[in-house]
Each structure stands twice: as structure tokens, then as C-alpha cells.
Ligand binder design. Sequence first.
Ligand SMILES: NC(=O)c1ccc[n+]([C@@H]2O[C@H](COP(=O)([O-])OP(=O)(O)OC[C@H]3O[C@@H](n4cnc5c(N)ncnc54)[C@H](OP(=O)(O)O)[C@@H]3O)[C@@H](O)[C@H]2O)c1
Length: 277
Amino acid sequence: MIAVTGATGNVGRALVGRLAAADRPVRALTRDPARAALPAGAEVVRFDPERPAAMFEGATRLFLYVQAVGEQTGALLAAARSAGVRHVVLLSSGIIQEGADETHPIHVMHATAERQVHASGLAWTFLRPNAFALNALQWAPQIRAGDRVRGVFAEGMAAPIHEDDIAAVAERALLDDGHESAVHRLTGPEAISNAGQVQAIGRALGRDLDFHEVPPNQVGPDLFPFAPPHMIPALLKAFAATVGTPPEITDTVHRITGSPARTFARWAEDHSGDFRD
Ligand SMILES: NC(=O)c1ccc[n+]([C@@H]2O[C@H](COP(=O)([O-])OP(=O)(O)OC[C@H]3O[C@@H](n4cnc5c(N)ncnc54)[C@H](OP(=O)(O)O)[C@@H]3O)[C@@H](O)[C@H]2O)c1
């Protein structure tokens, strides 16, 4: 049995879908089972840190999404271990790397989780994805409203990764031998600018979209509909660094899953409905 935290999230839902489709026993943990709408093949159990036995009994492997557990990560890992879990696959972040700003709040969150997993005594695998293609949903309200998209750093570069490619790597790390103590850095297959992403979404929609660059000092929370306002300065600093810097591109998705990582254009086609009214 594989227990999946964050099971209704972007990566978690894709992972549960994959495991259920492969007829693997999977327990999806969610705060609200009634609204989870997960595949019939998944056992859906309430995420309740007060009742860890119900979450982990019979499970040998765990996919861990950090925000779902927060300060309770250590206690939860201990409970998982006593219930029989042996291996944890952690959704961490590419922000953890040599030379990183260790005071950045996202770095602190993921580095803390990695330390707690190390300390748990469980076998572990860390997935460190860089930018999610899903971040492009920040432009969805504007794209639904018109063809002009205001945003920062038109030439900022990334190699965005499809959430289902992260789930595909997680699936292999949970099911196959040889991923213990491995750190998998995950990216999409190619570099693309912010303006290029907006154009690709336009192509998927059959529309001609125009990226209008806004200077960072004129940015308000409306441009980052999903980011907590206190995070915006740190995000702007990180985005500024992507201008003129080629992004890291790894072949990890291809190597582990046997299929090349999907392009941003493919992601935009898969998500075209999210940009339509
Ligand atoms: N965006 C990026 O570019 C990027 C890059 C690298 C790493 N990451 C990391 O990837 C993770 C995001 O993954 P994702 O997009 O799959 O997640 P997500 O869709 O935002 O959320 C995952 C699920 O976790 C549960 N959850 C959320 N907040 C919770 C809380 N406070 N307590 C308990 N459960 C909670 C929710 O499920 P229920 O309501 O069903 O319980 C939610 O559906 C983050 O850790 C992020 O730092 C992101």
C-alpha cells in the first residue's frame, strides 16, 4: 500500500491516478474525502494527524507533500515508521542546491522537511523539481479577459515541468528499487521565456496573445493571484535572476520514466480549458 499526502493537489492527484490505473493499492489522504473526487480504485482516507494509524496502517511507502504536514512532519514520519512505512518519497524543490539563498522562505521550508526525512530513519528519495508549468496559471485571469497579458520579465527563462512528469517520476521511485537515497532534480525538456510561454498558451487557444512587460517596481498582488503578498518580493528577486541565465535542464524524467519530459506547448494544450471562460 502506498499512502499519498496532498492527494487532491496537482502532483498528488496525478500520482493517485497513475497508481490506481496501474492497479496498485493506493491510499489517498485528503482533509475532505467527500470533495476529493479521486479515482474509484483509490482508498480515500481523511488526512488527520491526530489519527495517524488510520492513515498509515498497512502502508509501506509514502509520498509526502510538505505543506500538508508542516510542523507535524517529524511526528507524522515517526507514526508512519511505527505503522510499517519503510520508504518516503518527498516532493521537495530545486531551490535546494549549492549556492542557494538558505534564508529564502521556500528554501527554509523544503530544507527543513528534507532534514526531518533524513532524521526519520526511513529510506528516502527527494524529488527536487524546478519551476512548475502550472505557474503559468498566474496569467489565466488575464487571458480569460483579453489578449494582452501584463507580467514581469518577458525574457525571464525557465524549463517548466509538467506536473504529470513529476508524478510519473514519483510513481517509479515508489514502485521500483534503486531510488533509495537518490536526489532527483526534475525540469522540463527545454528553455522558454515568459513571453514565449504566453505565446504558446495563445497557440493552444488559437489566439494571438501579447506579453506586456511591467517593471517590477510597479507590480501589485493582482499580477500574482496565487502568491501570498509577503512572498512577492522574494519571488521578484528570483524571477529577476532568470533573465539572461540559461535554466538548468536535466534528463531525469526521460531516464527514470522512459518517456521524454513534456514540453510547455504540450502542457498548454493539456490545460487550454483553464484559460477559457
Ligand atoms: N510551483 C513551483 O514552481 C514549484 C517548484 C518546485 C517545488 N514546488 C513545491 O511543490 C509543492 C506544490 O505541489 P502541488 O502543486 O501538487 O500542491 P497543491 O496542489 O498546491 O496542494 C496539494 C494538496 O495538499 C493539501 N493541502 C494544501 N495545504 C494544506 C494544509 N495547509 N494542510 C493540509 N493539507 C494541505 C490539499 O489537499 P486536501 O485539501 O485534499 O487535503 C492540496 O490539494 C509545494 O511544496 C511547492 O513548494 C513548487
